[in-house]
Design a protein around this ligand. Structure first.
Ligand code: AHR
Length: 496
């Protein structure tokens, strides 16, 4: 079979929100320690930041970074991570049963962020702490000076406020695993009161309320409704998280993971809009999809399997070509919902379920999933166009019949077209794109992430086994762009 896309510049979803290309740095495993931060590493700068990881993060095109957790934040005292490092306490991190030295904290993170040229998405602890610690932290980061916490920042060497805009009101507060987890009623009230206090300190901030930890939670849907009935007027985003398991079920369902993401986006948005209707509010929330990725979670032994180490090797997932195709289809889904998804963070950045891998004292390299992210962040510019697609179906255990093609398209201000397309099928897929009112320049390019061996991976010994390649054969024929997508592949087609 073959697939067909119809694109028309008159039909668009909305602007490409740059915050869709976010990532996530948690104090977990080796994401921070020996990931982004490793004093004494040959590549480390004067602040202990690994320059090789900074370069790769820039190359990926990461625009926003969520920090410091994740489950970690729910037992974290932010004050431990500021000021002279010699004075910082070593603590027990209850989320991942790790020893936390606090050698890396807010100041180091903000210095790193400047180097990678991205904005922070900062989370506050609403597990073991609450309103007070959140407003104090905001005073430390955003208040100009002349008060206890802002003067402490200045004493710590940062005269200008950090001006952090986006704040997450806790993390996965519905999870029984969360330290200080809450019922929807308890959390809804706490989110409201924390938001109120934080907005008094700085009215210009944007706030994210915690939605469900995943769509399989027993309270999915009702959690969002109850929480938002309390805090709707005070927040701008509702969060949602999802991980797609490469080993849990049948392969076809894994390749079709984006179907699940699409449903989840619609379910959470509908719930938020339902609350708006109930409250008689014209305001509309956006979604912060602030944790998403492929993660073979069924292989993880749980927090109890971990044992008080410092920077342990936790969930260092190895990604293959099929995983890259799935990540590509998830990015496509985020783009196609750009009218309602305002922030998205792939979890995580380094080592822990991550596109970037490092060895302590050794090299850093790109996993397969690095490539669809980097290509999409680089080429998705301007406005997202609505795609009308027809494609052959493939059977999946979880979702029934699913089209083999996932596609999104963007058109930039110079009328350059980028089409992002995943072939989920095991056969090459001929694709025809009806360009209608779009430019039909002759400058066509086709880049693919594919391999005859769909289980191929990048490793320390073979870090460039899987890389994007240019393909010949894409042509303009009348008002159509024609190309063939390799089996299990992520593709970018450009026309100008
Ligand atoms: O990203 C790993 C963990 O997954 C995060 O700490 C948590 O928020 C989620 O359950």
């Amino acid at each position: 079979g073959s697939a067909k896309l119809t694109l028309d510049p008159a039909f668009e979803v909305g602007p490409v929100e740059r915050r869709l290309f976010g990532s996530f740095v948690e104090h977990m495993g080796r994401c921070v320690y020996t990931g982004v931060f490793e004093p004494g590493h040959p590549e480390a700068d004067g602040d202990g930041l690994r320059r090789d990881v900074i370069e790769l993060t820039r190359e990926m095109g990461v625009t926003a970074v969520r920090y410091p957790g994740g489950n970690f934040v729910s037992n974290y005292d932010w004050e431990d991570g500021v000021g002279p490092s010699a004075d910082r306490p070593t603590r027990l991190d209850l989320a991942w049963r790790q020893i936390e030295t606090n050698a890396f904290g807010l100041g180091e993170f903000m210095t790193w962020l400047r180097e990678v040229d991205a904005e922070p998405v900062m989370a506050v602890n609403l597990g073991t702490r609450g309103v007070r610690a959140a407003r104090d932290l905001l005073e430390y980061t955003n208040f100009p000076g002349g008060t206890r916490w802002s003067d402490l920042r200045i004493k710590h060497g940062t005269r200008e406020p950090y001006g952090i805009k986006v704040w997450c009101l806790g993390n996965e507060m519905d999870g029984p695993w969360q330290i200080g987890g809450k019922t929807a009623e308890e959390y809804g009230r706490l989110a409201l009161e924390t938001a109120k206090a934080m907005r008094r300190v700085d009215p210009s901030i944007e706030l994210v309320a915690c939605g469900s930890s995943n769509p399989h939670m027993p309270t999915f849907g009702s959690w969002e409704a109850t929480v938002l009935e309390h805090c709707y007027d005070q927040v701008d985003y509702i969060s949602t998280h999802a991980y797609y398991d490469a080993v849990g079920g049948d392969r076809a369902s894994f390749l079709a993971s984006a179907v699940q993401m699409e449903r989840q986006i619609h379910d959470v948005i509908s719930t938020a809009d339902h609350v708006a209707a109930k409250l008689g509010s014209r305001k509309r929330l956006k979604l912060s999809f602030d944790e998403w990725n492929v993660w073979s979670q069924s292989l993880f032994g749980g927090e109890q399997s971990l044992d008080w180490e410092q920077a342990p090797r936790i969930i260092e997932e190895d990604y293959d070509v099929a995983g890259a195709a799935v990540v590509g289809s998830l990015l496509i889904t985020l783009l196609n919902n750009a009218d309602r998804v305002g922030i998205a963070c792939q979890a995580q950045l380094a080592n822990v379920i991550a596109p970037i891998r490092t060895e302590p004292g050794g090299p850093a390299w790109r996993q397969t999933i690095f490539h669809p992210f980097a290509l999409t962040a680089a080429h998705a510019r301007g406005r997202v166009l609505r795609v009308q697609a027809t494609a052959p179906n493939m059977p999946t255990e979880e979702f029934g019949e699913v089209p083999v093609l996932a596609a999104a398209a963007t058109l930039d201000d110079e009328r350059r077209l980028s089409v992002f397309a995943v072939n989920r099928g095991d056969e090459p897929l001929p694709l025809e794109i009806d360009l209608r009112g779009l430019p039909r320049g002759t400058d066509i390019s086709h880049i693919t992430v594919a391999d005859a061996d769909t289980a191929a991976r990048n490793t320390e010994r073979e870090p460039r086994r899987v890389e994007p390649r240019a393909l010949d054969g894409a042509v303009i024929d009348g008002d159509r762009l024609k190309a063939v997508l390799p089996p299990i592949s992520f593709n970018v087609l450009k026309a100008q």
